[in-house]
Design a protein around this ligand. Sequence first.
Ligand SMILES: C[S@@+](CC[C@H](N)C(=O)[O-])C[C@H]1O[C@@H](n2cnc3c(N)ncnc32)[C@H](O)[C@@H]1O
Length: 219
Amino acid sequence: MTAQVATGPDVQATVEEQLVKSRHRVKTYGEVLTPRHMVDRMLDLVQKDLECVDRTFLEPAAGDGNFLVAILQRKLAAIERSYPYEEWPEASLFALASIYGIELLEDNHKDAKLLILSTFLRFHEEREVPCGPRTNLYRSAAFLIDTNVVRGNTLTGRDWRGREIQFSWWRRVEGSPGVVQREPFAFSSLREGAIDFNVYPDYEACRIDKVHEQGRSNG
Ligand SMILES: C[S@@+](CC[C@H](N)C(=O)[O-])C[C@H]1O[C@@H](n2cnc3c(N)ncnc32)[C@H](O)[C@@H]1O
């Protein structure tokens, strides 16, 4: 499908965006993706929140990650504007930690995670921040994405294996910059009005670029 995308007040660019993959998927899963220009206009409404590294976003029908990627891009742009260069890795990991998604379909879920990771890495590569596959920056980013972007059913609150969807809150540890406390909770407790942190055991506090060393994600 071809979409008209506004790239500035007077400029229109035509790009290929696949908004519908098949009639079957539209009928069965309601899969019609939102074009980028519409994503951008919707996010304009919450731009102030997107300037805040820690502000939490959850996309309950994540599709191929189009909203999640656009949210990440705006947070990264805000970091570039307001943080010193040496703080970009840490701040960008906190930004990633604040972005959550649920997607039913295996291929979309995989695409969404890949797109988020490649967006994150491209930001750093283009700014000459080391982020190769062996770096802590790469590993913790991949881990945060695996943990926060879950393949499951938002309506039932179950993941694709039939287990309760578990998310983690990445709480900054006061007085220890760059340190995070991972606090798991059941997604269903969000619906009950208050997040219940008492169901799962906590993790030790650690630096945000070391979260992957603590083990289990949803990936
Ligand atoms: C209308 S598309 C929207 C995708 C994306 N949010 C967008 O605006 O482009 C709906 C997406 O939700 C997924 N989906 C449908 N039912 C779902 C459910 N119960 N839980 C999680 N995802 C679901 C579909 O697989 C599809 O990718």
